[in-house]
Design a protein around this ligand. Structure first.
Ligand SMILES: Cc1cc2nc3c(=O)[nH]c(=O)nc-3n(C[C@H](O)[C@H](O)[C@H](O)COP(=O)(O)OP(=O)(O)OC[C@H]3O[C@@H](n4cnc5c(N)ncnc54)[C@H](O)[C@@H]3O)c2cc1C
Length: 418
């Protein structure tokens, strides 16, 4: 059952982040959009205090069991809390939010695929010291949606003590910060045997600064420009054997406890609702701004007037509001299932499809409703329109997530429906 009340610890966090969004992120949003590649240090050093205090878990929720005063387990709210935080940060600025230091996407992959010892070894660092980042590198020049086609190779060294990685990864979010500018790491997906398909694809932790891991390019992007997006090559990159996450066994994933490639899918179950939450943050920013702007010019929504007697603008605004609410409810459904330890693959993809589409629709409509001012760079609306677009691309495009929804609803396998 979903409880629509925001739990007190969540509302306290959201209040704090709302302030950060208003006072730190919004005033600098245009600057970092214009200066792509500069790190938003005012934001990253401030948010690091919060992230560090929570053990660095900005994408991987704390799901440890807590008991109430009577010794009964309290409902887990780790992912619910994260969704609210991501939404509120993205309301402030989605690009800066993506530059948040912490365990991030790489941490989510460690969480989904690592052994308890590996989780301790790789994640503990995010609760201490200076800001640090992690990243997850799956996409390659010839393998995006078709993740099973990746070619980056991992071979054992002659003495069997190290893995040697060779290959090229592109479009890695926070890739430069994770690979070279901090004490973080990149989780790299590579194959042990290209002839064995998905079963041989495994995640490897490559520590920042490891020789053979080279950042070759920073993307110049349409939106989310405060976030670094890197191309990274691996040339004879040697890492300790223990840095393969989970089991070395080449299997279908189920027999190795859901690790390996199945672990990549489990990572997405956790992160897709958070991408959706980020989209909702941009949608809310655009919607609130538009409503306030129009109200100041005498345009209000008359909720008590039937649709056929409303103006076109009123109808547009009501549709924007309804779509925004519907998409947010799907996000809450997906994170609540995650917190309850239920299989949420269907809800995760549904929330991402809907929120990705809704954010683009709302931001674009907002630009349209405000006319030339909406299109002008004096307001942030045109930027939010550009920022919104990414949510329908990374972590599985809209089309791919629709396929996942269809497979789940109709009972088809990925071989039967692709
Ligand atoms: C800013 C940014 C940040 C990113 N960050 C990361 C990251 O941190 N880590 C990472 O590994 N990757 C990252 N990516 C890569 C992203 O996940 C991929 O771009 C995405 O998965 C799509 O892959 P592709 O670009 O190869 O497109 P393709 O797979 O070539 O798809 C092209 C088009 O065809 C459609 N299509 C493909 N297959 C099908 C199908 N079976 N049915 C219907 N339509 C289909 C797609 O939906 C898309 O519209 C990032 C990308 C961007 C732009």
């Amino acid at each position: 059952m979903i409880d629509f009340e925001m739990p007190t610890p969540v509302s306290r966090q959201v209040q704090f982040i709302g302030m950060l969004g208003e006072q730190v992120m919004r005033p600098r949003a245009r600057y970092y959009d214009d200066h792509e590649g500069e790190r938003p240090v005012e934001y990253t050093s401030l948010i690091w205090q919060t992230v560090r205090a929570q053990g660095g878990r900005n994408f991987s929720a704390d799901t440890s069991e807590r008991l109430d005063r009577d010794g009964r387990p309290r409902p887990r709210i780790g992912y619910l809390m994260l969704a609210h935080m991501v939404e509120a940060l993205s309301w402030g600025d989605a690009g800066m939010y993506l530059a948040t230091p912490g365990a991030g996407l790489g941490g989510a992959a460690v969480d989904a695929t690592g052994t308890p010892e590996q989780k301790e070894r790789f994640l503990r660092r995010f609760g201490e010291g200076e800001p640090k980042w992690s990243a997850m590198a799956m996409t390659e020049p010839h393998a995006g949606s078709d993740t099973a086609a990746i070619r980056t190779r991992a071979r054992l060294s002659d003495d069997g003590r190290e893995w040697i990685l060779d290959g090229e990864k592109i479009f890695v979010t926070s890739g430069a910060m994770a690979a070279r500018d901090s004490a973080g790491f990149v989780v790299v997906w590579a194959t042990l045997d290209p002839s064995a398909g998905r079963a041989a694809i495994k995640p490897f932790v490559v520590e920042a600064g490891t020789p053979g891991m080279l950042v070759t390019k920073l993307e110049h992007k349409h939106g989310i420009r405060a976030s670094d997006t890197a191309a990274i090559i691996f040339q004879h990159c040697r890492i300790p054997r223990e840095n393969l996450l989970g089991s070395e066994e080449i299997s279908d994933g189920r027999s190795s406890g859901g690790k390996g490639f199945a672990g990549a899918m489990r990572t997405f179950d956790a992160t897709r609702p958070l991408v959706a939450a980020s989209a909702i943050g941009i949608a809310r920013a655009s919607l609130e701004f538009t409503i306030t702007y129009l109200r100041q010019r005498g345009v209000t929504i008359r909720y008590d007037v039937p649709l056929h007697r409303q103006t076109a603008i009123e109808r547009d605004l009501r549709q924007m509001e309804a779509q925004h609410r519907a998409a947010w409810l799907l996000v809450l459904r997906a994170v609540t299932a995650m917190d309850a330890g239920q299989d949420n693959a269907l809800e995760a993809s549904m929330s991402k499809v809907k929120a990705g589409q809704v954010a683009t629709f709302i931001a674009q409509k907002a630009v349209e409703l405000l006319g030339p001012e909406g299109y002008s760079c004096t307001l942030l609306l045109e930027k939010w329109m550009r920022d919104a677009r990414i949510n329908d691309i990374y972590e599985g495009t809209g089309q791919i997530n629709r396929l996942i929804v269809a497979r789940r609803l109709l009972g088809y396998s990925s071989r039967e429906l692709r």
